[in-house]
Ligand binder design. Structure first.
Ligand code: GLN
Length: 486
């Protein structure tokens, strides 16, 4: 049962082979047994989960069930959920019980899904390893010495350890794709604006995007069908016709043009990752796709640009977070120091403090043009590179992460090394393009490797099609860690 797809679970619920209450209890029991080992959840609330499961069983009994009705879904602790502790991985919010639901949570509730718990994450989603969480590091179920990736590491670990059938994540520069890759699961960051950011605690608002994390592309499609849609309470939410993201899953890939950005294959990728990615590309050729070399000449600037823009947006968000105390963005070093001192008393962790300092610096008088405005200009060029390259291909592929999961503690004292985890994912974020990761094998120490798929705007159905066809031909996505007790 714990390896079942969402579709299989849905059929079992419809056929009354299992009730939502029973299913929910099974997962709660697994979490109770195994969460101490993985630290994937910050909050579990049996009462709230079981109340939702009871409602789901009523929906099923009265013939009102949708695909996800009655299915437990783990929610990243960045999504405000009514009556649930919602911490965003921070001490700042360690006593915040949300009085309202995020847009995404509302959609899952309407679909009759069960919130099975709030997953651990890097503090305010700032990190690539889940080590910045106030609630302690998350462990990778493939090897508990390894990080699960971040910032949606709790969600990735929960799905990989089969503590939940699927989960939500958010991605600002790679936080769905990189943990999906490191934990051997599938994850997709949709086109910016498709998933409501209302009630999703902001990190960098022009980049943040919610998305699903699951065992397969098919599961991701079913999750996206619930998660996407216009929300008037999010000013960058897109108003578009509803689509069925599963509609193209079964299409053959004959003639699909896969662009391989030459900059992503040049250097920096470790040999074990390269082997698995090359093998996956060969599989795609066998499925009838052709590969063409494309170029993204400005992609090497995506990390520096991201680390100007994301902290800039974060610093203004976090100062607004406690606006009365912080006033507005700092205009001088004196103000900056003052803000820093106050943030210390508020108990931000070291990485958040670092971001506030960087962000305030690049926005301050005298540096704004040199850093912030320049980064905005390069962001535009990065987006243009993609527009040019998509004239020659339908989708792009490459590695999701330059290495397999690293050890806990290995990069935590070296921010630059940590930031480079997103070297392949951040450009798509800056361009607002959809990106996904699927498991394609194992590298050093038998740790999972992810293939990165970048699509043009609104081509999620095509990306999911490409991923699903690969998953029909291979079984990497069905493999589960050996020590999770199933
Ligand atoms: N690792 C990146 C960072 O630390 C991206 C995080 C994210 O996508 N939320 O900012």
């Amino acid at each position: 049962m714990f390896n079942a797809s969402l579709k299989q679970l849905s059929i079992q619920l419809a056929d009354k082979k299992v009730s939502s209450v029973e299913l929910t209890k099974e997962y709660l029991q697994r979490i109770k047994t195994l969460n101490a080992e993985y630290n994937a959840f910050i909050t579990v609330n049996e009462e709230l989960s079981l109340a939702q499961a009871q409602l789901a069983d009523q929906m099923i009994a009265s013939g009102q069930a949708g695909t996800l009705t009655g299915i437990p879904i783990a929610q990243k602790d960045i999504f405000c959920a009514k009556d649930w502790l919602t911490t965003c991985g921070s001490k700042m919010l360690s006593n915040f019980v949300s009085p309202y639901d995020a847009g995404v949570i509302e959609r899952f509730n309407q679909a009759g899904a069960v919130n099975i718990g709030k997953t651990n994450m890097d503090e305010f989603a700032m990190g690539s390893s889940n080590e910045t969480s106030f609630y302690g590091p998350v462990r990778n179920p493939w090897d508990v010495a390894a990080v699960p990736g971040g910032s949606s590491g709790g969600s990735a670990s929960a799905v990989a350890a089969r503590l939940a059938p699927a989960a939500t994540g958010t991605d600002t520069g790679g936080s769905i794709r990189q943990p999906a890759a490191l934990c051997g699961i599938s994850g997709i960051k949709p086109t910016y604006g498709l998933v409501s950011r209302y009630g999703m605690i902001a990190f960098a608002s022009s980049l943040d995007q919610g998305g699903p994390m699951a065992k397969s592309a098919e599961d991701l499609a079913l999750m996206l069908n619930v998660m996407t849609g216009f929300d008037a309470r999010d000013s960058t939410s897109l108003q578009r016709d509803e689509e069925d993201y599963a509609r193209d899953l079964e299409k053959p890939l004959l003639g699909l043009r896969i662009g391989l950005p030459k900059e992503y294959f040049a250097k920096g990728m470790s040999p074990d990752v390269e082997r698995a990615v090359e093998q996956a590309l060969n599989e795609y050729r066998q499925l009838g796709a052709e590969t063409v070399e494309v170029s993204l000449p400005n992609s090497s600037l995506s990390i520096p640009v991201y680390y100007v823009l994301a902290p800039a947006e974060a610093s203004s968000n976090l100062s607004r977070f406690d606006g009365v105390r912080y006033g507005y963005r700092a205009k001088s070093y004196g103000d900056l120091n003052d803000m820093y001192r106050k943030s210390r008393t508020q108990g931000f962790g070291a990485e958040v403090k670092r971001r506030i300092l960087i962000g305030t610096y690049v926005l301050s008088h005298g540096y704004y043009d040199a850093y912030y405005i320049k980064a905005q200009k390069v962001r535009r060029l990065i987006a243009q590179d993609f527009a040019d390259a998509f004239k020659q291909c339908d989708i792009m592929m490459g590695p999701t992460s330059p290495t397999v999961a690293f050890d806990i503690g290995e990069k935590s004292s070296d921010p630059i090394q940590m930031y480079l985890s997103d070297i392949y994912t951040s450009a798509a974020s800056l361009a607002g393009l959809p990106g996904m990761s699927i498991p394609v094998g194992f590298g050093d120490k038998n740790r999972p490797v992810g293939l990165h798929i970048i699509g043009n705007y609104f081509t999620e159905a095509k990306m999911l099609n490409a991923a699903h066809q690969y998953q029909q031909a291979t079984d990497w996505h069905q493999q589960a860690p050996g020590n999770i007790g199933i």
